[in-house]
Design a protein around this ligand. Structure first.
Ligand code: PAF
Length: 283
């Protein structure tokens, strides 16, 4: 597997693959990889001839006082795990490669990026999609895989790729969970033992809301309250938001008449965790 921090090298390699008729799948990450990330690499590998994984802790998507400085950096372990998952190359650029001194462009998607995490973390999605636009421009993938755990990020990226006619297929990968239901996240390692014990109530609460929907409840406020009730005996958890939205537009929904995303952000101590579940049934 190729590991490089050189923009020219990775773009030359990808260009050569394309000339050889090989399709290129792409998985952008910030490293500190867990099984959730590896599932993205496996999905990319199943539908592309070559897979590039980028590892870059993107400073522009962190707000003031967030965890940029102590975000875990584990490049060596990350490289060996993505190689086993089917990656052909890792691109781990330096910050001044991605953002040279004269870098002057920012991408902003209106609407979809402004509620939920966008409201809680102003500027976050501008940083995410700008770095994705830069990385897409370097790798020029045929497809890119993003996790459903970051459902708003996925929706914002889909919108950008469609609006800017980037010609990249965006593939959504299911949320990967620990055995007790906690959604996998690089930030789970910040949790104390007590916070970790209580954090599993987040997914339990989402499941309870889905079960209530399955018994016939269609009122979104009642479903949100069902989620909140599951957290009532968890003093270390603090809900930042619980919202029911259309999964494509991220606009609020009051009744479940079609697929709805129940999306939450919850602090466990100082660690901010997000999770979501699709409320719908085919029957
Ligand atoms: O989901 C992430 O890890 C990041 O937001 C991404 C997409 C790699 C952009 O930095």
């Amino acid at each position: 597997m190729i590991v490089t921090d050189s923009e020219k090298r990775i773009s030359d390699i990808c260009a050569r693959w394309r000339v050889e008729g090989l399709s290129v799948g792409f998985v952008p990450t910030m490293g500190a990889l867990h099984r959730g990330h590896l599932s993205l690499v496996e999905i990319a590998a199943a539908s592309s001839d070559r897979v590039v994984v980028s590892i870059f802790v993107n400073p522009t998507q962190f707000g003031q006082g967030e965890d940029l400085d102590w975000y875990p950096r584990t490049l060596e372990e990350d490289c060996s795990s993505v190689e086993s998952a089917g990656a052909s190359a890792v691109f781990a650029p330096r910050a001044d490669t991605v953002y040279p001194d004269d870098f002057s462009t920012g991408v902003h998607v209106t609407g979809i990026s402004e509620g939920l995490c966008g409201a809680a973390r102003p500027g976050h999605f501008d940083g995410v999609i700008t770095v994705c636009a830069v990385l897409f421009g370097i790798v020029k993938p045929d497809l890119a895989v993003f996790g459903m755990k970051d459902a708003q990020q996925l929706a914002v990226i889909r919108r950008m790729v469609s609006d800017l006619r980037m010609g990249i297929e965006i593939v959504a990968a299911p949320v990967v969970r620990e055995s007790d239901g906690l959604a996998m996240s690089s930030r789970n390692q910040y949790l104390s033992v007590e916070e970790r014990e209580q954090a599993c109530l987040i997914s339990a609460g989402l499941e309870k809301a889905l079960s209530l929907f399955r018994t016939g409840e269609r009122n979104c406020e009642v479903l949100q309250k069902e989620f909140l009730a599951a957290l009532k005996d968890a003093p270390l958890l603090r809900v930042q938001y619980v919202e029911t939205v259309d999964p494509d537009t991220m606009l609020g929904v009051e009744r479940v008449d079609k697929q709805v995303l129940l999306a939450v952000a919850v602090f466990a101590g100082k660690t901010r965790l997000i999770d979501n579940i699709l409320i719908w049934s085919e029957v």
